[in-house]
Design a protein around this ligand. Sequence first.
Ligand SMILES: [Zn+2]
Ligand SMILES: [Zn+2]
Length: 418
Amino acid sequence: MSIQRPQGTQDFLPQQTAAWQYIEEQIRALCRRCGYEEIRTPIFEATELFQRGVGETTDIVNKEMFTFEDKGGRSLTLRPEGTASVARAYAENKLYGQTPPWKLYYLGPMFRHEKPQAGRFHQFHQFGLEVLGTDDPLADAEAVWLAWTLCAKLGLSGLELRLNSVGCPVCREKHRAALTEFLAPQAAELCADCRVRLDKNPLRVLDCKNEACRRLTLGAPALTGYLCPECREHFAETRAYLAELEIPCQLDDRLVRGLDYYRKTAFEILAPGIGAQNAVCGGGRYDGLVQEIGGPPSPGIGFAMGLERLLGALAGQNVTLPLPAPPSHVLIALGPAARLRGARLAAELRSAGHVILMDLQGRSLKSQLKFADRKQAAFALILGEDELAQGIILARDMRTGEQRAIPLADLGCRMPLT
Ligand SMILES: [Zn+2]
Ligand SMILES: [Zn+2]
């Protein structure tokens, strides 16, 4: 039997990678303009990093990690998300000792062993950013603005920002007591996951997708009603910046995020057109994370965007990306001597920045012209033994079919041909 790619993975063929590259370039350009710099961390990390950094009560850690042992018996895990790795790198490289804040972004594959279903893959790709070393609400607003602007610039419409504050341990303690009291009488009716959460992290019962749990939590006490003065102020300032940036937001009590280390700001950006899984971006503040994995207390805010989701939303809304197609030329060299000269000519033109395609199979003039047509080349540059002897090359305009002779020595300075 022939070998196939592993379940839950995808091949991206050339007709798809153009869109990926376009989106990645938009991301990099926007990050650059906002002062975010790229960080690259390993694809795998010590398993403990995710147990501590992502949280042991989360589905990610409980059910979805690709974990394996290396030859020395150490437990390693393919990264299921990016934030824990960035926080680890921040702590390990002592970035906190240098002038804060650090504005970092990453782009790359993540791995989760989720049940295969539409739009979910074992290997998927995320763009994420993290601002470490400041709890200024402007950092929160700036991150939201970047995510929002990226989605809008790519052409998504009907975007919706959901915003909440999940407070800090001080406010959460008070809220936890109220929430537990509210949920306790109905504990038996909650789903199995939520009965565990009720003990470990009752806040997470609020974001359970189970219908029964959603019904039982209607009217549950909202965390925003329990915010301490500092968290209340932070939430108000964040909203004031967002209003100034003209990003409309909807407050959403149920937005508590799946991860334990989140503090204060939590947000999601939804895009209609991709069905139930319509969040293209999720993020928030995680002031407790760096400390959790062994660094000094350092505030942080970040988000992650699933690129498959983003592409799904663009397709769902029938957005056509303006994929750049620089003019290309097909160099048709016929006969051994012309091919030799043609190879050098192609190298010279490519070095000068032009897109030059050349036949690699010794095909006839006719089939090479067909090839030029298929590649939507602007010009076919035809060099036969006769042209070579005369020191010229024929430039054939592929739209009009018009043909003119150009001295070989002049071709370089005549490019690009129009
Ligand atoms: Zn608080
Ligand atoms: Zn539940």
